[in-house]
Design a protein around this ligand. Structure first.
Ligand SMILES: Cc1cc2nc3c(=O)[nH]c(=O)nc-3n(C[C@H](O)[C@H](O)[C@H](O)COP(=O)(O)OP(=O)(O)OC[C@H]3O[C@@H](n4cnc5c(N)ncnc54)[C@H](O)[C@@H]3O)c2cc1C
Length: 406
């Protein structure tokens, strides 16, 4: 019987395999894709943003956020960078966002692949694991055509995000069969669908904004950055960052809204003064022509429609109350969120194997000695910026160290 089977040749599985093999363990890694590390290749637009200098608890989310944060504090970016150093990866920081120096995700996958070959890890691709059951002295891990046996098993199957890269959610089934509960799962780091009837017209516009998320009328989070209007709604990094809260609230039937505060470089008073001044020095212009000085024409038209102001109205015909109303709407452009994009477009899965059922010291299952769970499969999701690969590393490291113990 081999020492350890790892189910899943993604970020956490490959790292756990490397660490265990270095410590002399006989490791077999089972991956249902035809190649290992396919999702890593897609990360950071192919450049692989693997961690971030800035770390705080809010970068890691889940029902028990302190669970992941406690581990990140012990085995965070420094430990990850040291590990990568040992496989020859030279890291490059861009404003605290870490990438391989080559800025190619394939550099990381290739370094891990060579490390596993050197350490004699048996990598079996096109092996879809369907069942894990306890046997005398360990576990039997069933694939379609074979049953592998090992003393210990690491479940590193990832979640459901971007199924074309191998994420079919089967890890949740394997964990459930072993008695684990799965907290509700949902797409995260994903675009939001909104009920703006003009969204088709707005598609393609990008604008700097603050975006707040309201759940049942209460603001839960605020992000800033470039928002992209799309045919379905809104996208962009700030939207991705709030999407997991929106998705979770929608799942439980709550009312979800976003308020876009456009033109964040100006206060309401500054905007009002600007419009009043334009009413004096460019009185002949229409409100649309004036608003167009500050934003894309299509967005300006949409906002005027939203506040019920005629686009053709001349600046010297507009009442102060109408300007106040316009400014309020620019600063509080409210839209109802009707849904999120699906797992096909999501970068990560929110929810997962309940962390209360996994030993926080070793990531060993509370129900089965010798079963370990890592990465996105757990109820941990990170924000954009390298936090998901950092979690994949940290969890792989802790599980591998745990699995080394007798
Ligand atoms: C487009 C995109 C861009 C991203 N960019 C970034 C980024 O820049 N920075 C960042 O930190 N994170 C990023 N992420 C998220 C990050 O890639 C994941 O969170 C991370 O890879 C999760 O690691 P994991 O080991 O848990 O799962 P995965 O890397 O998904 O690996 C799981 C592996 O298990 C295999 N598998 C699943 N079930 C079975 C089974 N039953 N039998 C056999 N094999 C199985 C899968 O094929 C897969 O290879 C991105 C994700 C996507 C989709």
């Amino acid at each position: 019987m081999r020492d350890i089977i790892i189910v899943g040749g993604g970020a956490s599985g490959l790292i756990a395999a490397a660490i265990l093999a270095r410590h002399g363990k006989e490791v077999t890694l089972l991956e249902h894709n035809d190649k290992i590390g396919r999702k890593i290749l897609a990360t950071g637009n192919g450049k692989c943003n693997f961690t971030n200098q800035f770390q705080e608890e809010s970068c890691y989310r889940g029902e028990q956020p302190d669970y992941s944060w406690n581990l990140i504090q012990k085995y965070g970016p420094e430990t990850f960078l040291s590990f990568l150093d040992t496989i020859g990866i030279v890291a490059k920081s861009k404003n605290g966002y870490y990438y391989p120096y080559s800025e190619q995700a394939s550099t990381i996958v290739e370094a891990l692949r060579l490390e596993l070959i050197f350490r004699k890890v048996k990598v079996k691709c096109q092996e879809h694991v369907t069942d894990i059951s306890p046997i005398d002295g360990g576990y039997s891990v069933a694939t379609k055509g074979y049953a592998y046996e090992a003393k210990k098993v690491i479940l590193a199957c990832g979640g459901k995000a971007t199924p074309v890269l191998g994420a079919d959610g089967s890890g949740y089934e394997l964990a459930s069969k072993l008695g684990h509960t799965i907290t509700p799962i949902f797409p995260a780091l994903v675009g939001l669908k909104v009920d703006n009837k003009n969204k088709q017209k707005l598609a393609g516009i990008r604008i700097k904004a603050d975006i707040s998320l309201l759940i049942s009328g209460q603001q839960v989070t605020l992000e800033s950055g470039e928002i992209q209007f799309t045919a379905y709604g809104i996208s962009g990094i700030p939207v991705f960052q709030i999407s997991r809260y929106a998705a979770k609230a929608l799942l439980s039937g709550e009312k979800v809204e976003v308020i876009l505060s456009l033109l964040p470089d100006f206060t309401k008073d500054e905007l009002l003064i600007y419009f009043e001044y334009q009413g004096v020095i460019n009185a002949y212009k229409t409100i649309l022509q004036t608003l167009q000085n500050l934003m894309d024409l299509r967005l300006a038209e949409n906002i005027l429609e939203y506040v019920g102001l005629q686009a053709k109205k001349r600046m010297d015909e507009i009442k102060i109350e109408e300007l106040e109303n316009l400014v309020s709407s620019i600063k509080e452009f409210r839209q109802r969120v009707t849904g999120t994009n699906g797992y096909e477009q999501a970068q990560v899965t929110g929810g997962g194997v309940n962390t209360q059922e996994i030993n926080p010291e070793t990531l060993e299952s509370n129900y089965h000695k010798g079963i370990y769970i890592t990465g996105e499969l757990m109820d941990v999701d990170g924000t954009c910026g390298g936090y998901n690969l950092q979690w994949a590393f940290t969890s792989a490291y802790v599980a591998a160290m745990g699995a080394l113990e007798d």
